[in-house]
Unconditional design. Structure first.
Length: 427
């Protein structure tokens, strides 16, 4: 069996792809203008934010990002598209030739592109209604090669994609439409516009069984477009607008060719924003965080969460403590508590961090070590070891030995102890 997907997600931009209308209006036909209604003479203007987000997505799925990107018109007539063409991309797409790794294999990504959403059609008994709020909303499409070979792989891929898209601020559980191409034998069947991961998996399961049964009873699987019904959990043949061969593709003359170089991935933008709030001089730390969030989505999530809970200095401290322990992982609730304790000047020991990880509450007195206690222990060590103090005057390397003695008693960050020791020694 071979499965290929075309995954469409709405990009989280405030305005639409080619006009300044809001992307999030609820009352039907309130966020509309001549451009998204397709009036003659109206001109599209590319939303820069959509371009940036799409480049981030393309990079996150390891695509080669085209240096320059351009748009085409996909010409077809349908009521949801009054200008008779959809502005989309093809060979000049944002990125191509990428991949997403799942458990045991690599799923190749053919293309990442942006396009506009058509209007919403609401079918009633003997009439249909059109809502143009959706017309022109920025969509990002990810097209895979037919590398998925089982339901398990489909689930794995979608779960991986969900976390990758988090990079670009896209929540696929909110709005996602997938075209599923599936062939058990030689014939390819396309199931259009499936919403959500659950429906996608259900549609795949139904279609796999349907095709298997036809093949087993020596019947032909028709090459066709079908649609999935959530109520019956089955697929039925659908009347397609046009076939690919019938679409007219022409170059979009109203839009420019856009450079993509110089676009910084979104995760790095978040880190830079955090750095702006940070008044300290620890450039190295900020650099580390930038590098880290580019490759560690969970860490980025935690940092973003933390930034809303506490000041950035504390968040960076907490991240450093977790990093020193190996992985930057902690449930949000535990992380919030950790920030709270750090804000109070409590330095947490390993047991305390393990407890926060397990979702347990931490009593500051039991696990935490306050800065005063660290200072007291430093003074204690210095008074008991005058030899070290004397040696330190000529050999600065002794500094680390003193830190070592202190952290033998308190299993806390050596960096923190070093900072306190430097203060005590007047460095
Ligand atoms: Zn508009």
């Amino acid at each position: 069996m071979k499965i290929g997907l075309e995954v469409h997600v709405a990009l989280p931009t405030k305005s639409k792809l080619f006009c300044s209308c809001s992307s999030g209006a609820e009352e039907p036909n309130t966020a509309i203008c001549p451009t998204c209604l397709g009036f003659p003479g109206s001109r599209p203007m590319l939303n820069e934010e959509a371009l940036k987000r799409s480049v981030t997505i393309a990079k996150a799925v390891h695509c080669k990002v085209n240096e320059k990107t351009h748009f085409i018109r996909k010409v077809y007539f349908y009521p949801d598209l009054p200008k008779s063409y959809q502005i989309t991309q093809l060979e000049g797409a944002i990125g191509h030739c990428g991949y997403v790794d799942i458990e045991r294999k690599r799923i190749r990504i053919r293309r990442v592109q942006i396009e506009e959403d058509p209007a919403r059609i609401i079918h009633a008994d003997d009439y249909s209604l059109l809502d143009f709020n959706r017309s022109g909303v920025a969509l990002n499409e990810i097209v895979t090669e037919p590398d998925i070979e089982s339901e398990a792989e489909l689930r794995e891929f979608m779960s991986e994609l969900r976390s990758i898209l988090f990079y670009a601020g896209v929540d696929i559980d909110k709005e996602m439409k997938v075209d599923l191409n599936i062939s058990v034998g030689a014939e390819k069947v396309e199931i259009k516009n499936i919403t959500g991961i659950k429906n996608l998996v259900d549609a795949e399961r139904f279609e796999e069984k349907r095709q298997e049964e036809l093949i087993a009873s020596n019947k032909r699987v028709a090459t066709e477009t079908r649609s999935y019904s959530e109520e019956t959990m089955s697929t039925v043949p659908s009347r397609e607008k046009e076939t690919d061969e019938e679409y007219g593709f022409i170059y979009e003359p109203d839009l420019a060719v856009y450079p993509t170089n110089g676009i910084i991935p979104y995760a790095t933008v978040i880190a830079s924003e955090l750095a702006k709030q940070y008044s300290g001089k620890r450039k190295e730390t900020i650099k580390t965080i930038k590098e880290l969030v580019m490759f560690d989505r969970e860490a980025l999530k935690l940092i973003q969460y933390g930034a809303g809970q506490s000041n950035i200095e504390t968040v960076i401290n907490a991240i450093e403590v977790l990093k020193r322990r190996g992985k930057i992982r902690m449930p949000e609730k535990g992380f919030g508590k950790m920030l709270d304790l750090l804000d109070k000047g409590i330095v947490l020991d390993d047991d305390a961090i393990a407890a926060l990880n397990d979702g347990e509450d931490v009593e500051a007195e039991k696990h935490g070590v306050s800065t005063e206690e660290i200072d007291r222990e430093i003074l204690n060590v210095l008074s008991q070891r005058p030899d070290l103090v004397k040696e330190y005057k000529t050999n600065k390397k002794v500094f680390n030995s003193i830190v070592g003695i202190v952290i033998k008693k308190y299993k806390v960050s050596p960096k923190h102890v070093a900072e306190r020791l430097a203060l005590v020694l007047g460095e």
